[in-house]
Every structure is written in structure tokens, then in C-alpha cells.
Design a protein around this ligand. Structure first.
Ligand SMILES: [Zn+2]
Length: 221
């Protein structure tokens, strides 16, 4: 019998693949629910093995863009990539940089997983790239925030709670996830895999864990 990942039976893997195959066959009308508690890395390769369209909104500028930054069989689409960099720019400081393509992939996977789970898919970007000067003005932002390197975004999805969105993104396992329910967004980045939440807002019984995370001296907002 083939080896399987811990906590994931062969039957579950096959079920997930069958569901994903059916969902992909339906294009954007993805209607098949996939158990997001499954380790998703095997599914990501299939999700990424297609044209990668992404729809992002910036409330700060009123922009809404849909772009394709990667084309199956052809590779990176520079015009699409530029659109991605632009929508993720520092709006306040009017600065655009080349964002890390893994960030686009992460946002693409988030949108795909939302769609697969029949959840709303509008990704609102509260913050993407930040200039060091901008970052320095923000209370609570890490001095070496991954926003400065074009590797992070603060996002929310209208109609999806911060808690649910955060858990979904954490399940993708592609980087850091920060829960900021009082601010109405989650932070996602393509740094190392980890998660945290602000201590004063943790649920009863979770304080110990949250404080342990914060004790690492990390605040990546
Ligand atoms: Zn952030």
C-alpha cells in the first residue's frame, strides 16, 4: 500500500482529487466542496497547473482588476505580472515594486480555495507593498515587515469572517498568517510558515498559545 501523509488516508486523498477534478472541469463554476482540513500541497500543483487568473480590489484607490500573470505552457505573463505589482503597490506613498511572484500564487490559491468551497471570492487588499518610510509610520508594524519586500498583503473577503479566512489560508500552508479581527483583515505572506493573532483578541482558553507566539518577538503586520 502506498505511503500516505500523516492524518490523511489514501481514500481521503482520492476523494479530494476526484472532487478537485470535477471542480476544475467546471471551470469557474466550481461547485464541489473540498475538505480544507486535508493537507493541500498535493492539490496546489494541480491548481497552479493552469492559467493563473487573479481578481483583486484596492478599496484605498477604488481599483478592481482581473489579470492573468501566468499562462499554462507559456510561463509568466509580464503584462499580467505588472498589473499584479500595480494593484499591490503602496497606494499612499505611490510606489510600485516587483512583488514576489509567490505572493501572487498565494493570493491565487486563496481565491481558488474560496471558490472551491463556494465562499465569496472578492479579495480586498488593504495593504500590499509598503515603502520603508510608510511602514515606519504604522503602529505595530514590524521594522522588517515582509510588506517592505513585496512578500505580504493584508486582505479581507466580504462575507467571510476573519477567523474562517485565516483558517483557510493557514490550511494552504504557504507562509505566514496573522489574525487581526479588530482591524478586519488577515495578514498573509510568503515567508516561513507560521501564524499568530493579537493577544487581546484571542478566544478564551487560547491565551497561552497566543502569548507564546508573541513571545517570539514577532509582529508581522
Ligand atoms: Zn500585514
Amino acid at each position: 500500500m502506498a505511503a500516505s501523509s500523516p492524518g490523511m488516508s489514501r481514500r481521503h486523498v482520492l476523494t479530494a482529487f476526484a472532487a478537485l477534478g470535477a471542480a476544475l472541469a467546471m471551470g469557474d463554476a466550481l461547485a464541489t466542496r473540498i475538505d480544507v482540513t486535508l493537507r493541500p500541497r498535493h492539490l496546489h500543483a494541480r491548481l497552479l497547473n493552469r492559467d493563473r487568473h487573479l481578481r483583486l480590489e484596492r478599496p484605498a484607490s477604488g481599483e478592481v482588476v482581473t489579470f492573468c500573470y501566468f499562462r499554462k505552457g507559456k510561463g509568466w505573463d509580464l503584462e499580467g505580472y505588472r498589473q499584479g505589482c500595480r494593484i499591490l503597490r503602496d497606494v499612499k506613498y505611490r510606489s510600485t515594486v516587483k512583488v514576489n511572484v509567490k505572493l501572487l500564487d498565494l493570493l491565487f490559491l486563496i481565491q481558488a480555495w474560496l471558490r472551491i468551497n463556494q465562499l465569496p471570492t472578492r479579495i480586498l487588499v488593504n495593504s500590499g507593498y509598503r515603502t520603508p518610510q510608510h511602514n515606519a509610520t504604522l503602529e505595530g508594524a514590524a521594522r522588517h515587515s515582509l510588506h517592505i519586500r513585496g512578500m505580504a498583503a493584508d486582505i479581507c473577503i466580504p462575507g467571510v469572517s476573519i477567523e474562517r479566512l485565516g483558517k483557510l489560508v493557514r490550511g494552504i500552508g504557504a507562509g505566514g498568517v496573522g489574525f487581526y479581527p479588530s482591524k478586519g483583515f488577515i495578514h498573509v505572506d510568503v515567508g516561513r510558515v507560521r501564524s499568530w493573532r493579537v493577544a487581546e483578541l484571542v478566544e478564551p482558553g487560547q491565551e497561552e498559545w497566543a502569548l507564546a507566539v508573541l513571545d517570539q518577538g514577532e509582529n508581522f503586520a
